[in-house]
Design a protein around this ligand. Sequence first.
Ligand SMILES: [Fe+2]
Ligand SMILES: [Fe+2]
Length: 226
Amino acid sequence: MQQPVPLSANWNLDQIPWAAIQADRVRQREDVFYLVAAASFIEITSELYTDNLTQRFADDEVVTAWLHDHWQKEETRHGRVLRGYVEQVWPEFDWPQAYRAFVADYSQLCTMEQLEPTRGLELVARCVVETGTATFYQALAACADEPVLVGLAQQIRAEEIDHYKHFFRYFRQYRQGEQTSRLQVMAALKRRALEARRGDAECALWHVYGVRQGLGSSQPCRLQGT
Ligand SMILES: [Fe+2]
Ligand SMILES: [Fe+2]
């Protein structure tokens, strides 16, 4: 596999070297297209689940400040960057059309009722999500074979790991006060892991697929209501 582009040593996710993308190395990779497009939908929609979370932590200024000032900004930026990559490499894909359908569908799934019953349990459940996304970007970096995308995936992965560390630290603080048992924690981990397997990623892929294949985008993901 080709090494990531040795772009400027200090480029970051706000300064993507778009002109350095080697589109011919990735344009035929349908698998990569679906992965990147679906990830862009979920990441750019982070406002939806940040609002739910900040309501849950309304009187905790430390957590809400981090959610607003760091976490949400970084997740949204991941989405913007991945959208830019899709639009540059696969310009024929109607990203806005597919995204509108995704949001209409996904917003029904993203409700306060889906949060864990206590703050500590929600925080530890978030660790599952961040671990999963870090693993996703690690896999994307390993299979992408396009240097700019590899670099993006590596940088995003590093930020997902940092998110995990924050959620885990806050979880430990809350756990002491809530005195949750190990069994409760394990149950929360399991619930979120199962939800992650059948939830947002499948919904995003569904709408990317619908528009990519010219099937129309108005059909809701079949997960809705299940
Ligand atoms: Fe992210
Ligand atoms: Fe994250």
